[in-house]
Design a binder for this molecule. Structure first.
Ligand code: DGL
Length: 274
């Protein structure tokens, strides 16, 4: 394994790009390597064993490529696979490497935004069934009530580039209605899936204007900034040449098309053959 390398950013597909975009704004000087497991997305409707196996394979690939630090820019992988990988696999792979999730920075700040103390979580079926958001938010903000809703159709809408089209309205409205049926006092929403920011404009159409929608990307970017300051033993191994590289487990042309639209710049991607 190489000694110095980029910071790895992993997601099941294109969703992690919403996190990467904010990380690039906050910490542009570092090198980044993005990996989307597009061939096996969505993860959110899969079993624990599958999510663990796929996430582990992708982390190992990023480690082989030289990453010392990986961000799981995926709530589903963070909720389901992160703890097992950190506790059971990472010590054997290399105890000097790190994998960070995105649940923790989100759950430790969400309570700062709500006035009504009623928080809504929108996520994949896997993230919602793990109850990770409820458990973690209750730990940091025991005075809040957390309501959650699984949105199984939202990731396919994004992966198929349908997020801005009229056909998306039905499913966006449907899941929001189901969430707000549980509590009409929710004043803060967490888009607990990195794909969902693509649906931001649609979501806004179906909720009252006073509701805060948290931007997980900026929260994760600022948490990463703090982490790198607090952990020079990791930071010193992260290259700072402003380089970005992109990998996908599926057809590179399809990924390049999506990523280029999103980044408003031509993106070249290589394939990690699984
Ligand atoms: N974008 C991911 C998340 O944050 C996973 C979506 C999926 O593959 O179902 O949960």
């Amino acid at each position: 394994m190489k000694k110095y390398g980029p910071i790895g950013i992993f997601d099941s597909g294109v969703g992690g790009l919403t996190i990467m975009k904010e990380v690039l704004k906050a910490l542009p000087e570092y090198d980044y390597m993005y990996l989307g497991d597009n061939a096996r997305a969505p993860y959110g409707t899969r079993s624990f064993d599958s999510i663990l196996k796929y996430t582990l394979e992708c982390c190992n690939y990023l480690f082989e490529k030289g990453c010392r630090l990986i961000i799981l820019a995926c709530n589903t992988a963070s909720a389901k696979a992160l703890r097992t990988i950190q506790q059971n696999h990472l010590p054997k792979i290399d105890p000097n490497r790190r994998i960070l999730g995105i649940l923790r920075p989100t759950t430790e700040t969400v309570g700062l935004y709500t006035q009504s103390r009623h928080i809504g979580i929108l996520g994949t079926p896997a993230t919602i069934s793990s109850d990770s958001y409820i458990i973690e938010i209750n730990r940091f903000f025991p005075d809040t009530e957390v309501f959650q809703q699984a949105c199984p159709m939202w990731v396919p809408l994004v992966e198929n580039m349908e997020y801005d089209n009229p056909g998306a309205d039905y499913f966006v409205e449907k899941y929001l209605a189901q969430l707000f049926l549980q509590s009409d006092q929710i004043d803060t929403l967490v888009l607990a899936c990195t794909h969902y920011p693509f649906l931001y404009n649609k979501i806004r159409q179906f909720i009252p204007s006073g509701i805060t929608i948290l931007n997980q990307g900026t929260i994760v970017a600022s948490a990463l900034k703090n982490y790198l300051i607090r952990h020079p033993e990791i930071e010193q191994y992260c290259n700072k040449n402003h380089q970005r590289s992109f990998y996908t487990t599926d057809a590179s042309l399809d990924f390049e098309r999506k990523a280029s639209i999103f980044f408003e710049a031509a993106i070249k991607a290589d394939v990690f053959k699984i």
